[in-house]
Unconditional design. Structure first.
Length: 410
């Protein structure tokens, strides 16, 4: 058995750079909604984000469709989900929409407006800063340790909301978690393809064309370089696996590109304009909370007394959205509350759910909805000095309704 080596870090004093009511770790859709809703209730709120911009998968992986608004027949989700759309429409930054209420946003405008919405609510944002370790004492989180260009610093907080998508703070605080892989991908934008020339060659030389395509896709994991490629079995909580995957995708994509430039008429001037700054990730860690949301709960349109949002979206394993149609299910508050650990909530794709339910929960709309609920709960907890686990759910629900969240026709 291989012996592990350890280095004992020398004890040192870590400066406390801030003390707030609510600290939100991660600036994706869940973190944005959490910071806005907590700050609007008067909580001193700070959002910490590792990149130089907000938006998470929307802006980093270009997942620009805000999916999950409806139930396959009509729109259902409201609250911050609806507010973002109304805010971006006058800026001509809602580029497409569907009959179910789903809409696509312009990523660069969303970066700008997400920060503006938090600032308008009197929330604070700290970019280029990684929340790397929760400050834990007697099974309670009291803030986080951060790393940045400013060095290693501490931020104290009455409540921490883990919106890291991968449950980093929850996992490092000792929360029970599950970790299962799903497809990962990288956005690749290719320009300069002369499609008419490609089509003409394919029509005149069908067998040769098919052979070129076969060789090109073999170089790129079975897909053309201008198509979305899904890689499986990548544990994105492992930095080494992440590194190998990023390098592999670019290496194989460029190999296929240069092969096509040499061999397929119409691709002579093709070039990769850009690749995404981060991988598109669908699943990783999920906490084990006070309740585990199950896929059968979604499919059965199950309602809960502690609901924090009512939705109708469902994403099947084959990526078919609104399958089945007409659902009307709740996400309970208990899915945001980890077992045993106090002072911590989670929001986004790392909430407590089974693997199949998490395939739906990871959509942008459920992430925004759980983030909004977590922000409300955190602010109420701080204001009334009640633990997150003991909060009166009816009080959370009353505030969410005032913020426009749909909790059912009743």
């Amino acid at each position: 058995m291989k012996k592990k080596n350890f280095l004992v870090e020398e004890e040192r004093k870590i400066p406390v750079m801030n003390q707030v009511d609510v600290l939100v770790a991660g600036g994706g859709p869940a973190g944005i909604a959490a910071a806005i809703s907590a700050a609007r209730l008067g909580a001193d709120t700070l959002l910490v984000e590792r990149y130089g911009y907000l938006g998470g998968m929307i802006t980093g992986a270009h997942v620009v469709w805000v999916l999950g608004v409806g139930d396959g027949y009509r729109p259902k989700a409201q609250g911050i989900v609806e507010e973002i759309k109304k805010r971006l429409e006058p800026l001509q930054a809602v580029t497409r929409s569907s009959e179910y209420g789903d809409y696509a946003v312009e990523a660069e405008v969303f970066k700008w407006q997400a920060a503006e919405m938090i600032h308008e609510a009197d929330g604070k944002i700290l970019l280029h800063t990684l929340a790397c370790q929760p400050i834990l004492k007697n099974n309670r989180v009291h803030g986080v340790i951060t790393e940045s260009k400013s060095g290693r610093q501490a931020i104290l907080a009455s409540v921490v909301i883990d919106c890291t998508a991968d449950g980093d703070m929850a996992y490092r605080a000792g929360c029970l978690c599950e970790n299962q892989t799903h497809d990962v991908s990288l956005r690749v934008v290719i320009e300069g393809i002369q499609q008419e020339k490609v089509n003409s060659f394919a029509e005149k030389n069908p067998e040769k064309y098919q052979e070129i395509i076969r060789q090109a896709t073999a170089l790129n994991g079975g897909t053309m370089p201008n198509q979305i490629r899904h890689l499986k079995g990548i544990d994105i909580t492992d930095a080494a696996a992440l590194s190998r995957t990023e390098i592999q995708i670019r290496r194989e994509c460029f190999s296929a590109l240069y092969f096509l430039r040499e061999n397929l008429p119409g691709w002579e001037n093709a070039r990769i304009k850009e690749t995404g700054p981060q991988l598109g990730v669908r699943q990783s860690r999920r906490i084990l909370g006070e309740y585990i949301l199950r896929d059968e709960d979604l499919r059965a349109s199950k309602h809960f007394s502690d609901t924090i949002v009512r939705l109708g979206c469902h994403l099947a394993a084959n990526y078919a959205l609104y399958n089945p149609k007409g659902l009307d299910f709740d996400i309970p508050y208990r899915c945001l509350v980890p077992r045993k650990i106090e002072g911590l909530l989670v929001a986004g794709r790392c909430i407590s759910a089974d693997y199949q339910a998490a395939n739906t929960v990871r959509l942008i709309v459920p992430c925004l909805a759980t983030g909004q609920a977590a922000g409300v709960a955190a602010a109420i907890s701080v204001r009334e000095k009640i633990s997150l686990r003991e909060l009166p759910v009816k009080e959370i629900q009353a505030v969410l309704r005032k913020q426009g969240v749909f909790l059912g026709d009743d």
